[in-house]
Design a protein around this ligand. Sequence first.
Ligand code: PMP
Length: 314
Amino acid sequence: AKCGQDGNFSEGEMIPFGPIALNPSSGVLNYGQGLFEGLKAYRTTDDSILLFRPEENALRMRTGAERMCMPAPSVEQFVDAVKQTVLTNKRWVPPTGKGSLYIRPLLMGSGAVLGLAPAPEYTFIIFVSPVGNYFKEGLAPINLIVEDKFHRATPGGTGSVKTIGNYASVLMAQKIAKEKGYSDVLYLDAVHKKYLEEVSSCNIFVVKGNVISTPAVKGTILPGITRKSIIDVALSKGFQVEERLVSVDELLEADEVFCTGTAVVVSPGRICWQQRSWYRVSAAIYFIDKPADGPGRRLARLDCATELGVIKCS
Ligand code: PMP
């Protein structure tokens, strides 16, 4: 679907996946005016297709669009387009327990600009792909290296919205980490260089006894939908949840560390910081497609997630 700066989107159309024509002087190619979202559709044993809180992704895209001077689809338009795309591609949703259908909505400044300015025209696209585990480790702990040289976002920047440029800035740190054998990078804040921010594509939680702590959302980290859901579940199960500045030193004493995100689901983490040491963690929480038995506490399972806001797509 397309729209001008007024945000009145045209009726969308379903076209086969493939290259699209883009103006060389488009806002997205020249000035990074692009936003995206990430959702997953799961198939249940009775062959229904489930989406998890898609209206939250719609709202996050709207907040991001404001920051990037772009119009955005309404919550209704967004959710409807996601549902239609998933239903059209229903045969690509993997069987229960074999993965999910990743859904990628993209909003971009497709109109031409030469001088720095918001584009005069916008395009909203959704494409999908079946996916398995995000990390090769699957549900085994992932190895995260704490990064104190590169930063993902700075105060006043665009770290809290899902804009394409944020991901360009982490490519180098991620490449170096992967070359050294780590699964991903855990970023520190750019001002004090000692508080945890997030991982390249997920939020971070630190567990100590009955207290689950996670960096507060204050403009430099993405307000993850999985993060929010885990906080809801943890509170409902009687855990104390603290959203605050979490110092890197706290990793030394943590009982558990885990990451949350649509792609990574809930992945237990092992941390390496300044080559100092590895911190052992246990897998603690299972989410949506990970109801397997394992060590640690079982906080959230499919039934619990369903109560929280999984909606049926079919
Ligand atoms: N942080 C970043 C930088 C991300 O890209 C993502 C994935 N969208 C997350 C956190 C987790 O967000 P969510 O739980 O909404 O997928």
